[in-house]
Design a protein around this ligand. Sequence first.
Ligand SMILES: C[S@@+](CC[C@H](N)C(=O)[O-])C[C@H]1O[C@@H](n2cnc3c(N)ncnc32)[C@H](O)[C@@H]1O
Length: 320
Amino acid sequence: MQRNNYIYTFIYDNTQRELCKLESRCIFDKEEKNKLLFSDKKVEPSSSAFIRKRLEISLFSEDYSSLIKEIKNKNIRIDGFKVEYLILDGDTTKYAERLEKLREIGYSIDGDPEYYKPIITYALCYYQSTWFFGTLVKNSFDWEKHKTKPYSYSNSINIDIAKALVNIAAKANKETKLLDACCGVGTIMLEACFAGNKIEGCDINWKVCRQARENLSHFNYTTNVYRSDIKDISDKYDAAIIDLPYNLFSCADDDTTSHIIESTGEIADRLIVVSISDIASLISKAELKILDSCSVSKKGKTNFARRIWVCEKNGSVVND
Ligand SMILES: C[S@@+](CC[C@H](N)C(=O)[O-])C[C@H]1O[C@@H](n2cnc3c(N)ncnc32)[C@H](O)[C@@H]1O
């Protein structure tokens, strides 16, 4: 089996499956399978709604007693540690045995354990005949605080999708310069700022621009929100996210959609387009190549789905 530096575990429901897989292809260049993925790429779990835990592998062995010996040889001395058992797909180890193994690892570490507020968490897991030991980082879900942002609309995109859109656009590269081309009240911008991405926003409507600025400053994020038609933005971006108007508060006919996509294509090489209607032909008309796509339905509303297209300009080279 190929050894990687990290093991990631995922959490998602049926409505989010396709989106999680698309995010995973963009971040890791491969799909998670059975909510599990091995990779050499280091990604913060809290930057995604779907990554639950990351184990940084420090030791592994097919033989459990050899692994324990190696842990002892490391002479780990630390107070405030915790050891957890990470159950991966295919692991049938019984609860009592798991507890026994955790106790053994605890006794192999020199220091006082701390169960409630550990300063470091170690984990043990078993996958395809191999035992793995390392440090565990969990998704803090701190970003859920954005749910209480001062301004929100019924057509605002949900937080899980917003986080995925940022990752799909930036491909986990924090240096990527992003634009939220139709930012509304800034739902996507909040997630980009939380994860440490560089993002600016633009919206034609002065009221939502003011509300986006207030939402951002409420959480102490500082970035630019331009009150402008996207056609009048001249700065260049590595990637842009377009959550197209839904015909609720603003017009969403083919001309408007083409105008937004074509104007954004002038200033960004990579476009992530979100729409509730099939606009594939309008994307092609804008001379953009569709590289990937997925659909996300709303929980409990199977007849309402958003489609997400990952596009690049024909012939453009986008750096990772
Ligand atoms: C579906 S909403 C975006 C919602 C946003 N993602 C949020 O969560 O609040 C589409 C937005 O596109 C904006 N819009 C429409 N035409 C535009 C244009 N030509 N340039 C910039 N923004 C535009 C609308 O004002 C509207 O706020």
